[in-house]
Design a protein around this ligand. Structure first.
Ligand SMILES: [Zn+2]
Length: 134
């Protein structure tokens, strides 16, 4: 055992290992760049809700969630559904119900706005902040 460990240490690691590390890091950077390019398409998307510009919820877009968002004064609600990359307001008690009529959004950058409730629901690409699991 001692001899084996000793011989391992004496293996000619230098060039091959440096080359390997180089290849790996270049590959990593390459993959990262590809990921960035595809951020609006395939990589993980997040559904974020903002009330008066303040984040109130965040879920992965491929989650299956039905959540009720109350207005800050508790007089109104929006029922937000996230169903495998489809996001919509299922029901709301706002006047006009434009947020419900907006229908389904699926792509990064799309948003549902409920003006009376000052609620914005937006699909955003990129890396998530810490997920608030329900
Ligand atoms: Zn609304």
């Amino acid at each position: 055992m001692k001899e084996e460990a000793g011989s391992l240490k004496r293996l000619p690691i230098k060039k091959a290992d440096i080359l390997l590390a180089l290849i790996l890091s270049v590959t990593g950077i390459f993959l990262l760049l590809i990921g960035r390019l595809n951020a609006g398409e395939n990589s993980r998307l997040w559904v974020r809700g903002y009330q008066d510009g303040v984040p109130v919820f965040e879920y992965p877009a491929d989650a299956q969630v039905r959540t009720t968002i109350h207005t800050p004064d508790k007089t109104g609600i929006n029922v937000v559904v996230i169903d495998d990359n489809k996001v919509y307001v299922d029901s709301a008690d706002c006047p006009g119900k434009d947020c419900v009529k907006r229908g389904i959004i699926t792509r990064s950058g799309e948003e549902i706005i409920c003006l009376p409730h000052r609620l914005v629901i937006r699909i955003e690409g990129g890396e998530g902040i810490d997920v608030m699991a329900d």
